[in-house]
Ligand binder design. Structure first.
Ligand code: ATP
Ligand code: MG
Length: 174
């Protein structure tokens, strides 16, 4: 058995993808290992996780990027430009050698909606530092991404309280 830096993907329509990435981040932080957590959709940051991560400021750097480029967009071109800029930043972070883990949260959408170049992403992932772990979250991960990854978990929704009209609650959703 050996050790290697992994590419991990948490995808699917069920709840728990970002939570799983946060859990890994906390686990690494407990060992004093550093994580850079990059959130690709503005507005998806939740107060609870931001406050918790801020308490681990030595171990965790986090960045909110993008403009929330989907659904409610008023200017799609600006959103795409912001997402591309965020990816350029992520590349530098990946190559920096400063982190044990880099999390690209809600990243799958950039590929799914052709906002950034797929080949570029695959090349960067293939050429990542050998011991770096990269964790990607988001629904509808592309087949090529899944193929490249070492670990893929699909969150499958069975029940969600939303379906019964229960609203988002503190400590569970934010
Ligand atoms: P979390 O951040 O709670 O781990 P996630 O990252 O798996 O969730 P996203 O696709 O990023 O899920 O969506 C975030 C929000 O959408 C969360 O508030 C989550 O509860 C909600 N959500 C996720 N899956 C479902 C579902 N199947 N039905 C209704 N709401 C959902
Ligand atoms: Mg999420």
């Amino acid at each position: 058995m050996k050790e290697k830096g992994l590419i991990l993907i948490f995808t699917g329509n069920g709840k728990g993808k970002t939570t799983a990435a946060l859990g890994m981040t906390m686990r690494a932080a407990g060992h004093g290992m550093r994580t850079c957590f990059i959130q690709f959709i503005k507005g998806s940051w939740k107060y609870g996780e931001m406050e918790a991560m801020a308490r681990f400021h030595k171990e965790i750097d986090f960045h909110v990027t993008g403009r929330g480029f989907t659904w409610k967009s008023d200017d799609l071109e600006k959103d795409k430009a912001a997402a591309r800029k965020a990816w350029e930043k992520a590349k530098k972070v990946i190559q920096s050698g400063e982190y044990h883990t880099v999390v690209l949260d809600e990243f799958t959408y950039l590929l799914r909606y052709d906002i950034i170049d797929k080949e570029d992403v695959l090349e960067v992932l293939r050429g990542k530092p050998a011991d770096l772990h990269i964790c990607i979250t988001g629904r509808e991960a592309l087949g090529e991404l899944i193929e490249l990854a070492d670990l893929v978990t699909e969150m499958k929704p069975i029940k969600h309280p939303y379906q019964k009209g229960v609203k988002a609650q503190k400590g569970i959703e934010f």
